[in-house]
Design a protein around this ligand. Structure first.
Ligand code: CA
Length: 376
């Protein structure tokens, strides 16, 4: 279903028949404010010129992720003086947490809030646009996106699908995940069924594990019922809220997602039909939201880790053995080279990321790493 620019005004384009009936029955703004449009006008309120809908990959009100999307929508509404209103639909509403790419591409939604590494099956060039095992941390990756040509390369990839993508916020370093049994050698990974999406899942498969991807809402039950042996999610704050510490004892440090970047996904035609002032508002709101999510992630993980260590002394933090890390690093490089051989565009993205990381590695080694060493 294609969008036309004239569709952008007055009604959300390409709604399903159910959605359209709901829209017509309630009126978008009137429904939100509990007032008929005429009453709003009489109060001097601005009627939105742009009614948009955003599909997210997250459960309703999910901390940090869904909150980031809601914060963005609220900022856009305020900064545009009410000219633009974005309704945020969590995955429970549109029923397709891993279908956000298609929902936006096909015009059912004008935009989405999700993560590039869910789409490696759609286009291998998207594989390293969220996080790369043993790759850049949040600070380095933000530098690459905003100043190192990363955003332009990302959109070279997404444009081929009628989409655009912009940074939505970074989780910072993610933990390596929850394991019910201790990992003492590479042998312990063989046959292990683990929820771990993206490239890291491909890497684990090379050492004999079985990677799976499961929507957020089903993770706890899957681990509790032994459908999976291990999982990774994010870090202490979000992990604690999911309850994983109640069903697994070993919490491993990270290697696979050193700084995962979420994304705002746009239907390209919808975005480009917007006037330049609204586009500028969206860009500023996205950058604010991106910065805010990184700050919130670091703050909440800091505070929650202390709480988890106090309330769940049974939880043991572990590092993967050196032989495991060595092999995961080696396999990451092999998998990336193979994928790049199949996708010239991934090769272009990867070249840019590797070139930047080669420089960033040197600088980070004498700046942050040395500082952290002396601070202890
Ligand atoms: Ca993760």
């Amino acid at each position: 279903m294609k969008l036309r620019s004239k569709d952008l005004r007055q009604t959300p384009p390409s709604l399903s028949s159910v959605g359209r009936r709901r829209f017509l029955a309630t009126g978008f703004l009137a429904g939100a404010a509990g007032l008929a449009p005429a009453a709003l006008k009489a109060q001097g309120a601005v009627e939105p010129e742009f009614h948009w809908r955003m599909a997210t990959s997250w459960p309703p009100n999910f901390p940090i992720f869904e909150h980031g999307a809601l914060r963005f929508a609220a900022n856009v509404r305020t900064m545009s003086g009410g000219r633009m209103q974005i309704e945020v639909d969590p995955a429970s509403k549109h029923k397709a947490p891993f279908g956000v790419f298609d929902l936006v591409r096909e015009g059912h939604y004008q935009m989405g809030h999700s993560c590039s590494y869910y789409w490696k099956g759609k286009d291998p060039a998207m594989t390293t646009l969220a996080a790369t095992p043993f790759g850049m941390n949040a600070q380095e990756q933000n530098a690459w996106f905003w100043y190192g040509g990363g955003t332009a390369l990302m959109n070279k990839v997404y444009e081929r699908h009628g989409l655009l993508s912009f940074n939505a916020g970074n989780t910072a370093v993610q933990m390596g995940g929850w394991f019910r049994k201790e990992i003492k050698s590479l042998d312990d990974l063989r046959g292990l069924k683990m929820r771990i999406p993206g490239l890291a899942g491909d890497v684990l498969a090379r050492v004999g594990a079985t990677p799976v991807n499961i929507p957020a809402g089903e993770l706890y039950t899957s681990l509790e019922k032994n459908v999976i042996d291990a999982l990774e999610w994010v870090g202490p704050h979000l992990d604690l809220s999911m309850g994983f510490q109640k069903v697994a004892d070993y919490y491993y440090t990270g290697w696979h997602e050193p700084g995962t970047e979420l994304q705002y996904l746009f239907n390209k035609e919808s975005y480009e039909a917007l006037p330049s002032d609204i586009k500028a508002i969206l860009q500023v709101a996205m950058k604010e939201s991106s910065f805010d999510m990184l700050c919130e992630s670091v703050y909440k993980n800091t505070m929650t880790w202390a709480e988890m260590a106090r309330d769940y002394p049974r939880v043991k933090v572990r590092q993967f053995p050196a032989e495991v890390i060595r092999e995961l690093r080696r396999q990451t490089s092999i998998v990336l080279d193979e994928l790049a051989g199949e996708s010239p565009l991934l090769a272009e993205v990867l070249d840019s990321q590797r070139e930047f990381l080669a420089r960033a590695r040197q600088w980070t080694a004498i700046s942050d790493r040395e500082y952290l060493r002396v601070r202890t």
